[in-house]
Design a protein around this ligand. Sequence first.
Ligand SMILES: Cc1cc2nc3c(=O)[nH]c(=O)nc-3n(C[C@H](O)[C@H](O)[C@H](O)COP(=O)(O)OP(=O)(O)OC[C@H]3O[C@@H](n4cnc5c(N)ncnc54)[C@H](O)[C@@H]3O)c2cc1C
Length: 1019
Amino acid sequence: MPAKQNHVRTQAAAVAATVLLAICSIAAGEIDFIVESATELPVAYDADVLVVGGSLAGVEAACAAANEGASVVLIEDRSYLGYDLCATQRLWLESDEKPLTALTRAIFGSRAVATPMQVKSALDKALLEAGVSFLTGCYAVDAAPGGVLMVNRSGRQVIGAKVIIDATDRAAITRCTGAAFRPRATGPEEFKFVVVGGRPANETPNRKLHVVYTSRNNEYPVYEYTLKIERSGSGFRPLNGIFHKARSLTLTAGVADVSERLFHIPQDSVISSGTPGESWPGADRVSLDLFRPAKVKCWYVLSAYSDLPRRHAARALRPPQWALIGQRIGRAAADNARSAKRRVRIDGVESNSKPGRLSIKRPGGDTRFRDRQKLKLASRSLPVLGRFDVVIVGGGTSGAPAAIAAGRNGASVLVMEYLDELGGVGTTGMIGKYWYGYRSAKGNNLNPGYVSPKQIRSGTATSVLRNGYAGEVGDKFGGSWKPIAKAEWLRRQVLASGGEIWFNCFGCGVVVEGARVRGVVVAGPFGQGVALAKTVIDSTGNADIAAAAGAETRYGVSKRGDLSVQVAGYPRRNLEDRYVNTAYTMVDDTDVLDRGHLLLWGRSRQTKSYDMGQLIDSRERRRVVGELVLRTYDILNARRYPDTISHHLSNFDAGAFPTSDMLLVRDMKGPAYVCDLPYRCLIPRGVEGLLTTGLGASADRDAMTLIRMQPDLENQGYAAGIAAAMAAKADVDVRKIDIKTLQKKLIEKAIVEPRVLSDTDSYPLGDRRLKEAVAELKDLKIEINQRRDSHDRTYSALAAVMSHQKKSIPLLARAYAEATEPNEKLNFALVLGVLGDRRGAETLAKAVSDSPWGRGCNMSSKRETANTFSKVDRLVISLGLTRSPKAIPVLIEKLKRLNAKSALSHVKAACIALRACRDPSLAKPLADLLDKPGVSGHSQAADYHRPADKKKTPLSITKRATTGDLLNAKFKELLIAALLLDCGDADGKARTILETYTKDIQGHFAAYARAALDGKLVR
Ligand SMILES: Cc1cc2nc3c(=O)[nH]c(=O)nc-3n(C[C@H](O)[C@H](O)[C@H](O)COP(=O)(O)OP(=O)(O)OC[C@H]3O[C@@H](n4cnc5c(N)ncnc54)[C@H](O)[C@@H]3O)c2cc1C
């Protein structure tokens, strides 16, 4: 791409924003724009042909263009390909239809109906075989002939292309080109909606199709409903209203699957350069000019918005015909590309308004595409799509209850959800049952601290009488639920409380006024705009909105430069499935490539299932640093607060190595604890007008494993919803609400115990308790003990000491000096070492020298018995953290005994220890370790997203590193290389390895390698 062309031609009028406004519809008098400043963005790809939208015809077009020798890229906003069949649930052939292309034959074979999985996997395979690079989870939000601007979890990037095929559902990007569209119809229009299973809702016209799904001997009939409804305006919100109406009218008990999108042939199609014939000429003869918008060069519209006469469109859009048209357009596009000039550009429209008091902020930290060439983008105006008291981003486990609570407490509410159902992990993630969670029976409440298995068994903690909002869910669904039933119940509850729900909408930035968040930037089927709010709740479970607002966040890398992430999975979905709990890999939720790979790889392994779940089930995500960070030791200290808003009960349910000081000394996975959560953990430090719930809230990563159970996060979300409604009503920052009023409301709802009203902070602990605690540590046992009843005094003693380190260190030092028993001395030395005190270094050094490595742990899906450190590992870590000169020779000797077969826990321990002592003398032994057979060479650069390439070489799905040898081998190589770099490197060995890992398919490895190269591993 010639550098000269890397700029954006700007125009003076706000045409694109006006167009977006037109399609989003805003009430008269409220029209507004927010100006986003000029910026530079990476060019992710530069191809001959770009297909935007992974419909059947879009994929056919991409494959056909690639087969003609064009370099082709395809992007899709959903997590899968084939939205036109799967999201509309239009997965059948009529009795007079036959597949006409190889791809439709691969989908249907000789059957009359396909499962969503058959469609998705056939389309994946077709693109891979044709050598088409493709990305899911990418919203195209702006475009011009020459380029498209996309938004995804890695940030924003540009794709340049000579020819663009707009295969999106609503031709959103074609509108950005200034193409002309016909006027919208007045009067009722026809919308189709499909439901699988259940009884027909007879009051709405429907036909029972000739096809039926069978799963585990159950039969699921398919109903196609036809609704005739007049739109209240143009654009997304009126259509969205019709979608919800269709769902409410047609979902009956027993429904097993449902359309995620309406099927609709709009009147406001694009005006093309073609002239249609009277009768339908057939897919092989229809003029392709009808798909070329007039006066827009090198552009095709491949959706119901093409200029086919409306009377022909319904026939053309049937899968056999539509696939054939896609193929023809792909070939034509490849042909156009041969003579078209390459020029990457997005002529978005420069805003001529001056930035106002509101401005836009986006998340930073895109590590994936940062090495690519940059394109300058002018400032632009984003339309305001609506104004609400409370906007909730993410309608999952904690977000949906937040929306219900805010609505019930009088606020006007919008909940925007990236997927097509509410409920998050508990519904779209297929985890249809509660695990632990705080459940008190009236008058039998549980205090913070340890809960014995006896108490849990005797019913105190498992009582059917569940508390709070989770109690409402429990009353309705009992202990487990069908995901679709709960999702539908949540949807109806939000609507009943007056809220609005936008599915398939992705929160990708914030509107700010100084430090105060005033709204959310949203990408959706309409392009991009802004939803303004008095208060925003970030329930993405990934702190997406807090991160965009500039709040400090934590993810993956510990303060000591170690990398730990919990095991994740991606579940299959059969029609009767309720609970599919997977734990086989790790995934970076902020990385579009990593997520795309897991989705693709997951599908490739489940081709026999009906479908996949919508949500990637990650147990650990990005967390915000809040006004208060809940620490692991706060839980064991049974800490109380003046601002408690929820109670949580679980064990440390960790599928990852611990990183907190306390759990580096001793792991505590077995026993269960109750803990209080203060409101301050929901408030991102330094940001106003924003609350963060769920997995994105403020806690250290080990503490999060205990507070993340669904019933507790549901109650927490509900509390956040009430708080947000209160803040919005008074139009004040979330910090300014009266906490006692909030707590009274929560007591009424039985979310918190009445005692919270009079609770005060139970810190600092008294000197007596600290003395006692130090004395108790002489009995500390470091062996891994995962039993549920393994709690003993030393757990709490350790927590007390760790939470008051300054005061405890002298007490520990004295206890160490006075101890006579070797075991006791070693215990005190161990704790002192982890706290960075070197007085016990000699004892530790001797213990480390005397102990062979022995058995260690790997990262594994066995959450309770793996993913932790052995006793020797802990001694090694502690010795290193003393930073004593005595440590280095002992640790080098230990390092020399590692090899490719060593457990990950040993390598991690050595690296944590040696990073604390960073020294050039370590470079040689580290380089020697990397040279040992089998230690290096494990990085996996992803193949399927390589930049588009003219040669038609089939792509393959890189084997995903699961919780077996490969994942552990990658971890070890990366940790050693990063440490070697910090110690001065050896002939560029570390740098070379790290550079390779920046392209690794696993986002956490890529981000870690990047941070290591940038010298940013240790905080
Ligand atoms: C595999 C697995 C098994 C588990 N097992 C259990 C169990 O058995 N029982 C139990 O009680 N708990 C279990 N848990 C824990 C619990 O389910 C989760 O901790 C909890 O559901 C997380 O809730 P959340 O609100 O933080 O996130 P989620 O429920 O994931 O909700 C986040 C929502 O936000 C949406 N979203 C994300 N980003 C954006 C964005 N930028 N814009 C718009 N929308 C966005 C997502 O699509 C999602 O719907 C399990 C968790 C996992 C992963």
